[in-house]
Design a protein around this ligand. Structure first.
Ligand code: C2E
Ligand code: MG
Ligand code: MG
Ligand code: MG
Length: 279
């Protein structure tokens, strides 16, 4: 009986693994079709200048309108897109759409407006051609390159390989701006802040969450802000949900905030209505 149970457990295990592998395969195939069938959308979350209260920028956040499963957030599919390499095509789509949108909003508002786009480390392992194409794309649009902020994570800066260093340099020489996302969650890379030419630090939500109750988190945020300013970087606080958090961040000299206290990510038409009301 014991042997039987063991065998059963084993066969359950393999069939589970098979099912998981099959599901991954299906997800990869669906992702490829999603690119071709234009099932992706960008939603935008305002980033607010804490001194002026104005929306200077928005972060483009990817959504997948899945024909059966509805609107999916990146957590549901980015991992598979990275593992299968489909992220390269998706990333290309994201960049071009974000650039188009920045151009449209600038024309509509008659003032500078930036859009940040997220980049997975996997996108840096591709060739440099795609980035050269982006440069030409931005030029053809007659969009000021600094209108695009590339968001990368600390994970990427730990990769000292030639291509990563080169790509980041390439972004900067194209005139794009760079933000270090989820700051504080990686194996910290304080030394790199000086070495890489970064424009914005985004304090991760995990430090903002308990800002009101945890004096340690408050001390960390204050410290990050002072350090960033000394290095000539601007600071964005992510995941700001309450007025109390906002007040503490303002008092600490934080430059920008983004979070549900202002707005959830929303379709472009909704943000456009808000921006229009603001001018
Ligand atoms: P992220 O770049 O750190 O984006 C911030 C995430 O926090 C977004 O989740 C946003 O909806 C969420 N958020 C914003 N404000 C608040 C708040 O006040 N409270 C809470 N609880 N959450 C808040 P989302 O849209 O699910 O995106 C998750 C991650 O997926 C992003 O984290 C980014 O790393 C990645 N991602 C999004 N779009 C893209 C993309 O186009 N390409 C790549 N490679 N990655 C992307
Ligand atoms: Mg981001
Ligand atoms: Mg982030
Ligand atoms: Mg984050």
């Amino acid at each position: 009986a014991a042997k039987n149970a063991g065998r059963n457990r084993y066969s359950y295990f393999t069939s589970d693994m098979q099912a998981a592998a099959q599901q991954r395969l299906r997800l990869t195939r669906d992702l490829q079709m999603a690119v071709a069938n234009e099932q992706f959308e960008l939603h935008y979350q305002p980033i607010v200048n804490l001194r002026t209260g104005g929306i200077e920028r928005a972060e483009a956040l990817l959504r997948w309108r899945h024909p059966e499963r509805g609107l999916l957030a990146p957590g549901d599919f980015i991992g598979s897109a990275e593992a299968s390499g489909v992220i390269l095509e998706i990333g290309d789509w994201v960049f071009r759409h974000a650039a188009d949108q920045a151009k449209r909003w600038q024309e509509e508002l008659g003032r500078p407006f930036q859009i940040s786009v997220n980049q997975s480390p996997a996108q840096f392992r591709g060739g440099q051609q795609v980035f050269e194409e982006w440069g030409r794309y931005v030029e053809r649009l007659q969009l000021a390159p600094r209108s695009i902020v590339i968001e990368i994570t600390e994970r990427l800066l730990l990769d000292h390989s030639g291509p990563v260093v080169e790509r980041l340099g390439q972004f900067k020489s194209m005139g794009l701006q760079v933000a270090l996302d989820d700051f504080g969650t990686g194996h910290s890379v304080l030394a790199h802040l000086k070495k890489f030419d970064i424009d914005y630090l985004k304090i991760d939500r995990s430090f903002v969450m308990d800002l009101a109750g945890d004096s340690g988190d408050l001390a960390l945020c204050e410290g990050i802000i002072v350090m960033a300013h000394k290095l000539g970087l601007k600071v964005v606080a992510e995941g700001v949900e309450t007025e109390t958090q906002l007040a503490l961040l303002k008092a600490a000299g934080c430059d920008y905030a983004q979070g549900y206290v202002y707005a959830h990510p929303m379709p472009p038409a909704e943000l456009q209505a808000q921006l229009r009301g603001q001018v």
